[in-house]
Write a new protein. Structure first.
Length: 318
């Protein structure tokens, strides 16, 4: 039964490459589901046409209901729920063969820990992503220099985390979307940021390329307005939490490593094979915190199929 269904997977890949309309995809898929009767061993996998169809786009179409399986009847012997699950599993098996992409993101810099993060990125030769707060770069000569270190490091990309960090009054900040957008634009201009990429302070909101996920409604209008202004907004899949009193990381290295590994394995991140880790610069202001960050990177680097990437490349698709 599974081999029979995998032919459907092959056919749907071809269909998605050939047709742009949802109706054409659905109609053709139904016909192939009914017509498919025999398979060869060579058909026991998805066709990999990376130049025309991305596996993740195929999975997204499946999850959004754009691929419809016909009901059980005299012609179709496959339960549509089982068919959908088997088709998803076939995509997962192909994704498991691909590289996994890790995005190490650090919020609120430049702060005391920024210099150490910059040095660790260089010594470990890994790409990192710094979401910067404009006013922090102007708080002292040291922080201004740390900001420049980030900007000059080819292993670091710098993005927008607002100018004021909402003064930590998030509900008030997002109650005036126009003023909030002005705040982000001020950060972009003041720090000469090259990428129109934002992480919203106090919100795990995603808005990019047709994806829209809102965690708290008070930030939704600001997010939509930022989207109109051409910004992409990225949240996170995993958070390495910070102790509000000590500034130290809360979870152990093993806890974070295991969470990342499990989420990549079970495809529970926003985009399969891509995992975004949130951290904060001030978590790594002392040697203990810095050792933990180095240890986490070393643990992740043990996996030959794990790759560290910039958020400007998110999500890498197959």
């Amino acid at each position: 039964m599974l081999k029979k269904f995998l032919v459907v997977g092959v056919a749907v890949v071809s269909i998605l490459a050939a047709f742009s309309s949802c109706n054409n995809i659905v109609g053709s898929t139904k016909k192939i589901l009914n017509d498919s009767t025999e398979v060869n061993k060579e058909d026991d996998k998805l066709v990999q046409k990376q130049d025309t169809v991305k596996l993740m786009d195929l999975l997204d179409s499946l999850n959004r209901g754009k691929i419809v399986f016909p009901p059980l009847d005299s012609l179709n012997k496959i339960d549509p729920k089982i068919a959908k699950r088997q088709f998803r599993d076939s995509i997962y098996r192909e994704l498991n063969k691909k590289e996994k992409h890790i995005y190490l993101t650090f919020d609120d810099g430049p702060l005391i820990g920024s210099r150490a993060i910059d040095s660790i990125a260089t010594s470990k030769s890994v790409k990192i992503n710094a979401f910067l707060v404009g006013k922090h770069a102007n708080m002292s000569k040291r922080l201004k220099n740390d900001y420049q270190r980030y900007m000059n490091n080819p292993l670091v990309e710098c993005y927008n985390h607002s100018y004021t960090h909402a003064n930590n009054r998030f509900h008030v900040f997002y109650s005036n979307p126009d003023a909030a957008v002005n705040d982000f634009e001020k950060c972009e201009e003041d720090l000469a940021l090259k990428h129109k990429i934002i992480r919203m302070p106090g919100r795990n909101i995603w808005l990019f390329d047709g994806t829209r996920r809102i965690d708290l409604s008070s930030g939704s209008q600001t997010a939509d307005l930022l989207g109109v202004h051409g910004y992409k907004i990225y949240g996170w899949d995993v958070e390495w939490k910070i102790n509000g009193l000590s500034g130290n990381p809360v979870q152990s290295v093993n806890e974070i490593y295991t969470r990342i590994k499990n989420m990549l394995g079970n495809k529970s991140t926003l985009k399969p094979n891509n995992v975004v880790l949130l951290m904060h610069d001030d978590m790594f202001q002392n040697k203990k915190g810095q050792a933990l960050l180095s240890s986490l990177i070393d643990s992740l680097k043990q996996h030959k199929d794990y790759k560290f990437d910039f958020m400007s490349q998110y999500p890498v698709k197959y």
